[in-house]
Structure formats: C-alpha cells, structure tokens
Design a protein around this ligand. Structure first.
Ligand SMILES: [Zn+2]
Ligand SMILES: [Zn+2]
Length: 345
C-alpha cells in the first residue's frame, strides 16, 4: 500500500509498505480522507522541530484520519468491518489520570503514541488503529467532515466548552486558519451573538467571511484592537480564542477580551510577553490553555454537528489525491488557504 512520509526540509516521500494486519484490540481502517493540520506544517514538514509528544519518528504522516473499518483483530467489542470511523489521533496508555478522563492527548506514559507522529498515520491506503481510538462517523457526515473533527474541530470545540461559552457571549478569534474557522463556526452554532476574527492574510479573511465563520473579519494590523472595541461598544468580547500561536495575536486576543471575560490559547509554539497587571490581573480576565480535546468531547461534538447541521468540510478550500500529497503540503505551507485535505477516493 502507499504511505507518505515527511523527512523534513519541505520534502514529501511516497513509500510502498506492506498492508498491516490488526492485532488484539486493533482495527484496520481503509483511509477515505486525511487532512493536513497546522502542526504537521510547523513541527514536521518544514523541519522536525518537535520534542516529546511532537517528536516525529519518520512514520507515515497524517494525524487527521477518517475511513471505513475493513478488518478487526481479536478482542474488539464495539466496532466491526463496514463501520465508518473518525480516529481520535492519539493512543494513550489507558491507565494514567489523563487517559481515564479521555484526554489521551496528554497521556503521561511513554507508551503514548499519536498517529502520524510516533505511529503510522492517515496519509496511506490503510491505517492500523486501536479500537479504543475509534469514534463513530454518522451517515450524515462525510469522510472529509470526519477527518476535520479528528484534530482541528475537536481542538476548536474544547476551549469553548471549557470556557462555558453560551449565546450570551461575543467571541473574538485571532488567527483564521483551519482551527480559527472551526472556532467561529462552532461558536455560532452554540449561539454566539457576534463573532469577530482577525488574520494577517486577506485571503483568509475573505474565506472566513465567505463560509460564514465570522460576522466581522478584520486585518490583524495596528488598528485591530480599536476596531474590535468599536464593534463591541468599547467593551471587547466576553470570550476570546487565539488560534494563531503568534505573539502579537495572543496579546491582541487578551486585549480584546472584556473585563471579567475568558481568553483561551490554542495556537501552538512561540512565546508571549505582556504587562500582566495591566493586561490580565486588573481586567479580571481568566486565561485558559487548551490542548486538543478528550475522546468523550469528540463524540459529543460529532453528535452536535449532526444536530446543528454543521458540516466541517465547508472550511476545505483545497482537495488532493494521495498521489498529490506534495502539492497538498505546498499549498498548506503557504498559509493563505482554508483547510487542505487529502481524499483517497
Ligand atoms: Zn493537529
Ligand atoms: Zn495514559
């Protein structure tokens, strides 16, 4: 079968590898869609930057896999051949406190392995997965919808849940890449009265507006904070989420948060320096860090996507076949697009 590796230096290599056989508690999934995440670009494609959970071990890449089970190993109890599944993209030990809470993403055991990072991922014809990482994909959602849930939409849902976002809140998003788009769409489905987003890229501002992820799209320039305040009666937004990981955008997210509001940081990498008294303490802001989501919240998100009639694939601007993976990565690396997805059929 085909499998894509990312050796670094913006290279994409297609390998021919044996099709795996599921062992105890494992399933073999025929890949249907495998989207590209910003983390793949930041920590693997350009150069292998990651440490610990982000250390790429030259496996088949792709940590947003979705497909159909074609074989199950002994001991599988819930899933069977023919089931359409999203893969929660980390197999944890199952025994540490984080795993028991469903947060296999932050499993503290050395046994933790993420698809596309430390064990073979979704940019392939087939994926060998642990049954416990499968999330059922409802009939009304496409395989592309499912791939987008596997990391990005889950990552977007988690901070909104954790901050208790409701229809009483206006929401401010810095960074309108795929996760920012997902935050906007989910926040609106959860009843946000007004969603404001900023980005440096005019193309991304236009895409966010076109798909309805934001009500107001603003260039991330020196005038951005004043415009956010002007849009919100001088108050700022009750909820803010940085999805960029860029230091100036993180600061903007905090400054655009209303007094006594909540701000979450989701975009990875970099550092931040700010006047803590003036920016955080005196405005009485609660600051959250949030890393991906739990498998329980992912199942809950899938249920709600159906109820909201929200299709994550509206964020996809580019689709490529598996043989076109190099072009898919080149487009995603430019940072001007919506979501980029590899589709197998
Ligand atoms: Zn990701
Ligand atoms: Zn664990």
């Amino acid at each position: 079968m085909r499998g894509v590796r990312l050796p670094g230096g913006r290279q994409v290599v297609m390998d021919d590898v044996p099709r795996p056989t599921p062992g105890h508690g494992q399933v073999l999934v025929q890949m249907k869609a495998s989207s590209i995440c910003g983390s793949d670009i930041r920590a693997i494609y350009r150069e292998h930057l990651g440490h610990g959970p982000e250390a790429y071990q030259n496996v088949i890449a792709g940590h947003e896999p979705c497909g159909q089970i074609v074989a199950v190993g002994p001991g599988c109890t819930r899933f069977r051949a023919g089931d359409r599944v999203i893969l929660y993209h980390i197999a944890g030990c199952g025994l540490c406190a984080d795993c028991r809470a469903g947060y296999m993403i932050s499993c503290t055991s050395p046994a933790r392995a993420a698809y596309g990072w430390q064990r073979d991922g979704g940019h392939a014809d087939f994926l060998l997965a642990e049954e416990r990482t499968c999330v059922p994909l409802p009939e009304t959602l496409s395989y592309v919808d499912g791939a987008l849930v596997a990391c990005g939409f889950g990552t977007a849902y988690e901070p909104l849940q954790r901050m208790g976002m409701s229809g009483r809140d206006r929401v401010f998003i810095t960074g309108l890449g795929p996760v920012g788009l997902a935050v906007g769409l989910i926040a609106k489905a959860m009843g946000a009265s007004h969603v404001i987003g900023t980005d440096l890229s005019p193309a991304r501002l236009a895409w966010a507006t076109e798909i309805g992820a934001v009500d107001t799209a603003l260039p991330a320039d020196d005038g951005a904070l004043d415009r956010v305040l002007a849009e919100t009666d001088g108050q700022g937004c009750e909820v803010a989420v940085d999805c960029s990981g860029a230091p100036p955008a993180r600061l903007l997210a905090l400054q655009g948060t209303r007094r006594f509001g909540r701000c979450a940081m989701v975009g990875e990498g970099n550092r931040i320096e700010f006047d803590v008294s003036q920016t955080l303490i005196h405005p009485q802001i609660t600051l959250y860090g949030s890393w991906v989501t739990s498998i329980g919240h992912m199942e809950d998100l899938v249920e709600h996507l159906v109820r909201w009639n929200l299709k994550p694939e509206v964020t996809v601007s580019h689709r490529f076949g598996l043989d076109e993976a190099a072009e898919a990565y080149r487009i995603a690396d430019e940072g001007q697009s919506g979501k980029v997805c590899i589709v197998m059929d």
